[in-house]
Design a protein around this ligand. Structure first.
Ligand SMILES: NC(=O)c1ccc[n+]([C@@H]2O[C@H](COP(=O)([O-])OP(=O)(O)OC[C@H]3O[C@@H](n4cnc5c(N)ncnc54)[C@H](OP(=O)(O)O)[C@@H]3O)[C@@H](O)[C@H]2O)c1
Length: 349
């Protein structure tokens, strides 16, 4: 027993006398707790801490390898970006240029494209070789110019490594008031144009057994919001087409990434077409409060670098809405009907 008290005194830091005065049950309890604490500390220092450092180290190594692979994948890659004159396309041009890609900037306005080239050439990157972008002017809603553009790109650069189908227009209006020509215009720009460009560049990718096709879709490619019919339909079609494409071209080692953003702070709502085909011209609250185009461009860059198949870049509410649409469609339909009523009321007042 003497040794137990001595041990207890050493372990607990209490005086030998104090330990002697305690009841045997109390002494035993203190002794057990102290030994357990000692064991726990031993376990922490010999197992948990090394495991924690090991995991952090492995994670850091994994991220480093991922970053190096991404860097190698993007350096010198020929990247075609549509809609490079504004919003997300403009920011994508900046990040892919900084990553050392050889860019082909596409748009309808050659002056805006040249401005973009000027802007990019003032950016110097000491760690990476950057390239002066090439520009191609065409309208996505005109299939003939799309095909000519694809030919020009292949003639000038020989091949395309990454095609980013970004350009698009939005729509605001009721279905009953919207002319079919407006539906067609949105479909031509958001769906037929991008798929025509994709189809024109695909054979050369298949031949090289190398390529990456990116579609900038939208959360509205997964859920439909009232008064956005043409836009939501074009983005649903985009999602469907590129999902099929992914499956069909995997055997040729071609990657397909569909990016579905929520709201982004761009001119999309300002440039949206309305039921009669005129410009909407309003900066929607949701768009103004969305993510910045620069943030989303970074997501696009890393999704491409990591060859992700699909990315949803949205806040909590749109993300939940996507799950709700699939898991509880009746509730989703009720909520959308309520939203339609509310929007109608707000417009009428
Ligand atoms: N902003 C958002 O909240 C949001 C959310 C989800 C998805 N997205 C998607 O993100 C993509 C980029 O849009 P953004 O937000 O950056 O909008 P934006 O600022 O309006 O830019 C749209 C771009 O598309 C180009 N474009 C439009 N119609 C075209 C046509 N017929 N032919 C060729 N180019 C055309 C525009 O070129 P011009 O300069 O010639 O007009 C512009 O460069 C779109 O696919 C959009 O659906 C946006």
């Amino acid at each position: 027993m003497g040794t137990l008290w001595q041990r207890l005194s050493t372990l607990t830091g209490k005086s030998f006398k104090t330990c002697l005065c305690l009841s045997p049950k109390h002494q035993w309890w203190i002794f057990r707790k102290t030994v357990q604490k000692g064991k726990l500390m031993d376990f922490t220092s010999t197992v948990i801490i090394p495991l924690l450092f090991g995991s952090v180290g492995i994670f850091a190594l994994f991220r480093l390898l991922q970053w190096m692979r991404m860097r190698a994948y993007l350096q010198e890659a020929v990247v075609v970006i549509t809609g490079a004159t504004s919003g997300l396309g403009k920011e994508c041009a900046k990040v892919f240029h900084a990553a050392g890609c050889k860019l082909v900037l596409c748009g309808r306005d050659s002056e805006k494209l040249q401005d973009m080239v000027q802007q990019l050439s003032t950016v110097t990157n000491h760690r990476k070789k950057t390239h002066k972008p090439h520009t191609v002017v065409f309208d996505l809603s005109d299939t003939k110019t799309v095909l000519n553009a694809a030919e020009e790109i292949l003639k000038y650069l020989g091949h395309v490594d990454i095609l980013i189908n970004n350009a698009g227009i939005s729509f605001r209006g009721t279905i009953v008031d919207t002319g079919l020509d407006v539906d067609k215009k949105v479909m031509e720009t958001n769906y037929f144009g991008p798929i025509a460009l994709t189809k024109a560049l695909l054979p050369s990718m298949i031949k090289r057994r190398k390529g990456h096709i990116v579609a900038i879709s939208s959360v509205q490619g997964k859920i439909s919001i009232p008064f956005r019919s043409a836009y939501a339909a074009s983005k649903h079609a985009t999602q469907a087409f590129f999902d099929c494409l992914r499956a069909e071209v995997e055997q040729y080692d071609i990657d397909v990434t569909v990016v579905s953003p929520g709201y982004i702070q761009t001119n999309l709502s300002l440039n949206a077409v309305t039921a009669d085909g005129s410009r909407y011209g309003v900066m929607d609250k949701n768009t103004a409060e969305g993510q910045t185009a620069a943030e989303v461009a970074q997501v696009v860059l890393s999704a491409v670098g990591q060859k992700k198949k699909e990315v949803l870049v949205a806040g909590l509410t749109p993300s939940l809405a996507v799950y709700l649409r699939n898991l509880c469609p009746r509730l989703f339909f009720t909520l959308m009907a309520e939203r339609a009523k509310k929007e109608r009321k707000a417009k009428a007042s």
